[in-house]
Design a protein around this ligand. Structure first.
Ligand code: F6R
Length: 242
């Protein structure tokens, strides 16, 4: 794992945007795996700036998002569909046909999940996967458990994740308790992985990810088994690293 420690959230976002931008410049038809949440917001805003400055062309990229809440209307202000359009896609020149965000309202979720993985494979696999990390070590919505799933699947969110994400909703009761997420196999097949973490709430999960045992109790620890992972951490998130 390559670990880059920067001063703060702003620096993390700039570095992350530079890495995504290099990927798109070097391979204009890159397949990007994208995350939502607070962590990548600054990175998206910098990518939008670069596009506005005329330095970044997204017209040939394809993207696959990691996850979406189950049963939440895509128009809902907290759906990941809404998030991605609000923070990125409304402001850049991606082809809407090349943007993929899991659909949490499919009538046959099992078939939908299989199809999502087939679409990733048909696109040639993910070139660069951007990840955040949960305070409990989740990536995507692959929650700590006795076992992990390889492919895209439906998950029950842990109490901890529901609690953490309740900050985005009017009340905790409104937070969906299930989600659809790319599985660990889908993530681990990405050619390159870029994980971002900011703030002291992520410090323990980062320590466990980098130097703990590889364990289904810390899904991000599986990244130790991947050959090309870069972590960009701010000082607070890196605070417990040796
Ligand atoms: C979101 C995702 C999650 C988040 C994680 C951290 O698409 O896959 O794993 O990256 O929950 O969320 P924030 O960035 O809000 O702390």
């Amino acid at each position: 794992m390559k670990i880059i420690v920067v001063e703060d959230y702003r620096e993390m976002s700039k570095k992350a945007a530079d890495i995504v931008a290099s990927q798109v410049i070097l391979k204009n038809d890159s397949v990007l795996g994208l995350a939502t949440g607070s962590t990548p917001e600054g990175m998206y805003s910098r990518l939008v700036e670069m596009h506005r400055e005329g330095t970044l062309d997204f017209s040939s990229i394809q993207s696959f998002n990691l996850d979406e809440y189950l049963g939440l209307d895509p128009e809902h202000s907290q759906s990941y569909h809404h998030y991605m359009h609000h923070h990125l896609f409304n402001h850049i020149n991606t082809d809407p046909n090349n943007v993929h965000i899991p659909w949490g309202q499919a009538s046959d979720m099992a078939a939908y999940c299989r199809n999502y993985d087939q679409q990733i494979a048909a696109a040639g696999g993910i070139d660069l996967q951007v990840l955040g990390i949960g305070g409990n070590g989740h990536i995507g919505f692959n929650e700590p458990d006795e076992f992990l799933s390889a492919g895209t699947h439906v998950v029950d969110l842990t109490e901890e994740t529901v609690e953490a994400n309740s900050r985005f909703f009017a009340s905790r009761d409104e937070v969906p308790k299930k989600a659809v997420t790319m599985g660990m196999g889908s993530i681990m097949k990405a050619k390159k992985i870029l994980l971002l973490a900011s703030g002291k709430g992520k410090a323990q999960a980062i320590k466990d990810t980098v130097s703990g045992n590889v364990s289904t109790r810390v899904p991000a620890s599986f990244l130790q088994l991947h050959g090309d992972v870069t972590l960009i951490l701010d000082e607070e998130a890196a605070a417990l690293l040796p």
